[in-house]
Design a protein around this ligand. Sequence first.
Ligand code: 5RP
Length: 222
Amino acid sequence: MNQNKKKESAAKKALELIKTYLHKESVLGIGTGSTTNLFIKSFLEAEIEIKGVVCSSLASENLFKGSSHHVLSLNDVYGIDFYIDGADEFNERLELIKGGGAALTREKILAHSSNKFFCIVDDSKKVDKLGKFPLPIEVIEIARSAISREVLKMGAKPVFRQSITTDNGNQIIDVHNLNLDVPYDIEEKINNIPGVVENGIFAKRKADKIILSTDKDVQIIE
Ligand code: 5RP
C-alpha cells in the first residue's frame, strides 16, 4: 500500500472512532499536514453537525472555507473535545516529534487544551527512539543565533529553515543529532532558552491514542 493510502486509512479510522461522540456542542481540534488534510476531507464528507473547529494553522483553516463548519478561535471555547493531528515521529510511549509543517506551537497549544488527542500516522513514523527527524524549534528572529549556539552546546546541529515564516511570524530552526534519551527533559530544557517560542517534542502532552496505519491494518496504540 502506498503511503498516501495508509495516511487515508488512519484518517478514516480516527473519524470512525470519534464520530459517535460528536454532537452539536462538540469542538473539534484540527492539526496540520497531509494526513490531517485527509482527515478534514473525510470529516467534511461525513456532514456531522458540531459547534465548530479550532485549527492549528491558516492552511487547515482554509480547507474549511465554503463548508458549513464554524472556524472558531481557541479563545472562544472552553476546550477541545478531540484533537486530531499527524506527527513526524512517534515512539511506543506515545511521545512525538511534530513541526515538519512549522505549525508546532499552535499544535501544542491545541493538544494541551484538548480532552483527547488522537495522532494519525502511517508506519514510516514509528521509531524506537525519537530524534531521527530533526527537531523543529520555533524561535523569535533576534534570538535565532543565540539559540543555535545553545543547541550546539548540547552536541546537536541547528539548521535555519530559511524558506518559512510561521503563522505566528517567527522562524524555525531544525535541530539534527539531538540526544533524545529523555524527551520530557529536553522538551523543558529547550523551552527554557530565552527566545524559544516552542519546540516540537510532545512528551509533556503526548498523544492519548496513536492510530497507526500499516500495510496490513490500522492499529490503535494507547
Ligand atoms: C505539522 C506537523 C505534521 O503533523 C507533521 O509534519 C506530519 O505531517 P504529514 O501528515 O504531512 O506527514 O507536525 O507541523
